[in-house]
Design a protein. Structure first.
Length: 94
């Protein structure tokens, strides 16, 4: 069963057009700063960008002896006239 991450988390919203390198850099800097990094997305194309960014970020932080993994979860996203279920990826150090 996947974990559910709260809405109070500081999240990075991912879209299908999000540049992978920019997102990976944001993930790496969050890890370096000791912050909890959570990605949130809706849809397969955005999910692909999120997963690729975590893979790239993992390569960025590896020279410092840091390893990354992810814990998936669900969240509700208010889209104005409706609520949709999104997916969250909590980036875990270690």
């Amino acid at each position: 069963m996947a974990a559910q991450h709260g809405q109070s988390d500081d999240v990075l919203r991912v879209a299908s057009g999000t540049p992978v390198g920019d997102l990976a850099s944001a993930i790496a800097h969050g890890v370096y700063d000791g912050r909890e990094v959570v990605l949130r997305y809706v849809g397969a194309a955005a999910g692909q960008q999120a997963i690729k960014a975590v893979a790239v970020a993992r390569g960025m932080v590896a020279p410092r002896g840091i390893d990354l993994s992810i814990v998936p979860g669900f969240c509700d996203i208010d889209m104005g006239d409706k609520v949709v279920t999104g997916i969250t990826l909590k980036v875990v150090v270690g």
